[in-house]
Write a protein of this length. Structure first.
Lengths: 378, 352
């Protein structure tokens, strides 16, 4: 398949791997203290496990799976709010498929659907708007989640609803924004990262400039990376090369999609529809200042938070799940006490086990060739 | 009259008519429906007035064992590129019988119709059933029709049960799987799943992919006639190849090592999977089987299958191994191995 197979060429992967190994040798890294690169985006996490990329890299390089799986970081309270909306009479609640299995404090959206709520999976927020137009006697609510990647399409949908005066449509906005999140990780005292693989799809929207503070103020290199296995390996090579050259820059490996300035139309829609929240609660990470957005007052009639009375309960993460430590790279997924035992993709306890882009679920699905079944509680 | 001619005639005759609760009441309306429509397509000729049961003569198959299976069909939409629920209702049950090595003979047909169903829809479905039954050389010998109130079922559900006969010396079962055996499939994977996804129309997705729905009894019997010793065999339906192979690995305490580069998957199917974040290994099929055959017979089996209309793109896709007990592992094109696990729930598309 064109434009895909070229980026999955195993031969070339071996060659890049060899070059990376040579560079690492030049650096003279202590194996006990390997280089730690964080892939911010869940899409990268998925590719890393799916293609077994760790097998291509020397022991001196370690991936730390960052917070960039928007489904995984949804707090339980938000799912409870979704269910509270869905349980109201006359509501059609619409969501992306991924969010269906995320556990709330009592149940998931999938369970609420089975109990009789009208919850529908859509592939685009515009489908939800179409549904609203077809069902004028129902309230159609779209559950907006994700980073800057999905933000523009939801923003455009709100603009479209306003333009067409579709007043039985509203957005439950739980979008999150990447830069404050990365900054919070950099400010965390446990942090000892050596570089970042930048989230390619988010960067397609915001461009590469917003990352420059990472190199300038925190002296960490960042390479914006594509999602195919060769993209990721090349990006790792570029990070190590910066370390060898004693450079610290923001570089762009994903030039075929990411312009330096981002996508102007998308950014305008984002600026028109959203404003920053004071803080936003993340599952596993706690509250991060300015990391979420809400709908601007001028679109308030499309804001589900204002349209519906929501419980807005803060639900603590389950004590035993060590999601926070996995996300910050303190432990690896299989080192969590619950991994593969009580926490599996069938019955996720921690958020990282929910979506296939979550580090734990990806590890569970693809990364277990060497782990005996007995150790997985099977 | 051919099936197509009967269909045309009935479509004209019943043009705009719909099914009502009276058609399930056991009275005249029901009798008319059965006589004029259902029996026009299904049933055995010249068996006299209908009784409450079919009596089957198996005297041509002395010493055979009888195999039996049942399946219900609730697919939506009822028609999709390349096939429809009527074809599925026959081939699905025929295939479940066939992969034991049995010769499928007789099927039942239970119809649950929603009040208000257009006659046209029912006629199309019955014609498809007749077509597949003819193709698979089986007879529908008994049936039942119920009509439920509007909203109590989604247009039309079908249950078919089937029986077949199995020669005494045939033993195709999971515990026969041996290390070294080859994993063979009879053609491209995932066509049915993609055809259904596209036909549902929720994705604004246009493809030229058709469902692979086909009966497999003839293909299996051809292999047996050539004395190919088959260790295990399944039809690959919901859950895809990954699910069947996981059941093989767990049931035989061996491992399955797949070779990604050998998997026959159309580019168009791969493309849809890339866009939606699906894995073709879990996509549904309706005319595919996976068979486990000792290494020394594998090449011959592939050759026989490839020459058959129902197996043109047959190939070896992997091997049974001693390592990875109870698991399916895939050697990827890219290098490295990954676990191919059982699916958890439905495959849900990723958001970004």
């Amino acid at each position: 398949m064109k434009y895909v197979d070229e980026f999955r060429n195993g031969q070339q992967a071996q060659e890049i791997a060899k070059k990376i190994a040579q560079l690492v040798e030049e650096l003279g890294i202590d194996k006990k203290k390997p280089l730690q690169f964080m892939e911010v985006c869940g899409g990268h996490t998925h590719s890393i496990f799916r293609y077994g990329l760790a097998q291509f890299l020397p022991d001196e390089i370690e991936f730390i799976h960052g917070p960039g799986c928007p489904v995984c970081v949804l707090p339980m309270g938000v799912i409870d709010d979704c269910i509270a909306i869905a349980e109201k009479p006359n509501v059609i609640f619409t969501t992306f498929g991924d969010a269906m299995r995320v556990p709330g404090s009592q149940k998931s959206l999938l369970q609420a659907k089975a109990e009789g709520c009208d919850i529908r999976m859509v592939y685009s927020p515009l489908d939800a708007l179409t549904l609203a137009k077809k069902n004028p006697d129902k309230e159609v609510v779209f559950f907006g989640l994700g980073f800057e990647t999905t933000m523009p399409s939801t923003a455009l949908t709100v603009q479209q609803a306003a333009k067409e005066q579709v007043n039985n449509f509203s957005l439950f906005c739980n979008h999150i924004t990447i830069i404050p999140t990365i900054k919070a990780m950099l400010d965390s005292p446990d942090m000892r990262l050596d570089g970042f693989l930048g989230p390619g799809h988010v960067s397609m929207i915001i461009g590469t400039r917003p990352y420059e503070f990472i190199a300038r103020d925190y002296q960490r290199p960042l390479v914006n990376a594509g999602f195919e296995p060769l993209d990721i390996l090349q990006s790792v090579y570029m990070l190590v090369k910066q370390l060898v050259d004693k450079r610290c820059e923001v570089e762009n490996q994903y030039k075929r999609l990411v312009p330096k300035e981002g996508n102007r139309a998308a950014l305008q829609a984002i600026a028109d529809v959203y404003e920053l929240r004071e803080f936003f609660e993340w599952r596993g990470l706690g509250s991060i200042d300015h990391s979420g957005v809400r709908i601007q007052p001028k679109y308030k009639q499309y804001d589900a938070e204002l349209k519906f009375d929501l419980p807005k309960q803060k639900i603590a993460d389950p004590d035993a799940a060590q999601c926070g430590e996995v996300v910050t790279g303190v432990i690896k997924p299989e080192q969590c006490k619950l991994f593969g035992k009580s926490c599996t993709p069938e019955t996720p306890i921690g958020a990282l086990m929910v979506s296939t882009e979550g580090a734990c679920a990806a590890h569970y699905h693809y990364g277990r060739v060497e782990i005996p079944l007995a150790n997985l509680g099977k | 009259m051919s099936i197509q001619q009967t269909k045309q005639k009935l479509l004209e005759q019943f043009d705009e008519q719909i099914i009502t609760l009276a058609h399930g009441s056991g009275g005249k309306a029901m009798q008319k429906l059965i006589d004029q429509v259902i029996l026009a397509f299904l049933g055995r000729p010249n068996t006299g007035p209908l009784e409450d049961q079919a009596i089957l003569d198996l005297s041509n198959y002395p010493n055979h064992r009888v195999t039996m299976t049942t399946d219900s069909y609730v697919v939506t939409p009822l028609q999709f590129p390349g096939s429809g629920i009527g074809h599925l209702a026959i081939t699905g049950t025929v295939n479940d019988l066939s992969v034991s090595g049995a010769i499928p003979l007789y099927l039942t047909c239970g119809l649950i119709l929603e009040e208000g169903l257009p006659y046209k829809t029912l006629i199309q479905v019955l014609a498809d059933m007749a077509e597949s039954a003819q193709q698979a050389n089986v007879s529908v010998v008994t049936g039942d029709t119920k009509v439920v109130e509007r909203g109590s079922c989604d247009k039309l559900f079908i249950n078919t049960s089937g029986i077949g006969v199995l020669k005494p010396d045939i033993d195709i079962r999971i515990p026969n799987i041996q290390v070294g055996d080859q994993v063979i499939i009879n053609g491209d994977l995932g066509d049915h799943g993609v055809a259904i996804l596209a036909a549902r129309g929720e994705l604004s997705l246009e493809t030229t992919i058709h469902s692979d729905c086909q009966p497999l009894n003839n293909l299996v019997q051809t292999l047996l006639k050539h004395n190919i010793p088959i260790h295990a065999m399944r039809d690959v339906t919901r859950g895809g190849l990954a699910t069947v192979l996981n059941e093989f690995a767990q049931g035989s305490n061996t491992g399955v090592l797949l070779q990604e580069q050998l998997l026959p998957i159309k580019n168009e199917v791969r493309g849809v999977c890339e866009v939606l974040g699906l894995d073709p290994l879990y996509l549904a099929n309706e005319g595919k089987l996976v068979t486990i055959i000792a290494k020394e017979y594998a090449a011959q089996a592939v050759e026989i299958m490839s020459q058959h209309t129902n197996g043109q793109n047959s190939c070896i896709v992997g091997e049974i191994v001693a390592e990875h007990q109870g698991r399916v592992v895939m050697q990827s094109d890219f290098g490295g191995k990954r676990v191919v696990d059982m699916l958890v729930g439905e495959q849900l598309p990723r958001i970004c």
